[in-house]
Ligand binder design. Sequence first.
Ligand code: PLP
Length: 480
Amino acid sequence: MRSHLLNDTTAEQYRRSVTQGVERVAAKLATTDRPFTGVTVDALSPRIDAIDLDKPLHDTAAVLDELEDVYLRDAVYFHHPRYLAHLNCPVVIPAVLGEAVLSAVNSSLDTWDQSAGGTLIERKLIDWTTARIGLGPAADGVFTSGGTQSNLQALLLAREEAKTDGLGKLRIFASEVSHFSVQKSAKLLGLGQDAVVSIPVGHDKRMQTVALARELARCAEDGLVPMAVVATAGTTDFGSIDPLPEIAELCAQYGVWMHVDAAYGCGLLASLKYRDRLAGIELADSVTVDYHKSFFQPVSSSAVLVKDAATLRHATYHAEYLNPRRMVQERIPNQVDKSLQTTRRFDALKLWMTLRVMGADGIGQLFDEVCDLAAEGWALLAADPRFDVVVEPALSTLVFRYVPASVTDPAEIDRANLYARKALFASGDAVVAGTKVSGRHYLKFTLLNPETTTADIAAVLDLIAGHAEQYLGESLDRAS
Ligand SMILES: Cc1ncc(COP(=O)(O)O)c(C=O)c1O
């Protein structure tokens, strides 16, 4: 069994084994002609259930054959140009190389003595990101597992900075289309049920600052304590960017922590054309960025950044065996002092490899391409009478619904759109997402693949229309 341990004596086996895996995946990527096979839970479950984990195959090739059957053949492939659903990007090769290196060396980024150069590389990337945001000389941050954890940590710092005599009094303000991790964080942070005040958005799906001002004033009148305003720079559903400068002004007026959730919109930090859409982000007290959404990085790769490094002390605990207090005086950099996690992957290496091979402009160019594609997709949809499209994209998301001229019942239109999404998924020809707008069911394209073309968008719209029409035709038959 020792032959499976990765060490000096097994380096050759490591090379062979990983190469076998890489070749399988490469062959798969080269021949995948659809983003999904349409496999069902009922079809796949028995194949996985049939595997006895207590009876190993002892042979890498055989295990890879089995993996083909239970995973690779029917995986959902984000690199395919007709995967248009959630906030999953195709990944860049330098980052995948970084992933291979980081898991083989297996540094843990909690302490200097488990990572050495890894810690310094992560710190340099944090500095690079805070400089791109413009957070100033006292800024700092740490890599996290994703936007959910970044938002949680930012709100933890905000809670600790807020002056209150009771957690129940604290209020967080976020737009009605902010990410649900804001609510989850409030719960995890022990705030009351009413802690998150939902601020309405306008037709452009951006937070209405008039409403925010009203709610902040009401909070003060009611003797409550405003803890944080969460501005979203790239909402999950619409890619809309809240008016950051106006929100910053209100935060300054009320002395409230401003958090910018740029999990999606952070790609603009590298943009060559659209960086100005993030104007005002530099005024934030904390920022969430998900490199695994718009920097073309494999999951996970995310960070939380703060304007004032000192606020990270709210996440600091010392353990004699790991990061004793004296190490701070000795200036030994232990990232665990800033993190909610202890053992932590060296995810930063993927971004490092990306920036060293491609450069930030390379990433920015790819993100600009998907923003341009979304603008073209919007023009297509706006000109197509079969569809109602919700909002002109600030990033790369399109929300729309099939609206046949012959049907007036909105509930029937809902059902046709829901059916179309399901049928498309079952066919595997394309994968699209769905959401609700003003209580009605809509479909969503999240465009993060520069390989997707307007022809792909047009073709998928035709497929959606076809499925919806089929539903409506069968529904008529059922009624008659
Ligand atoms: C705006 C926004 N914030 C936070 C998150 C959560 O990020 P993660 O899934 O990486 O935890 C998402 C995920 O889609 C998001 O869109």
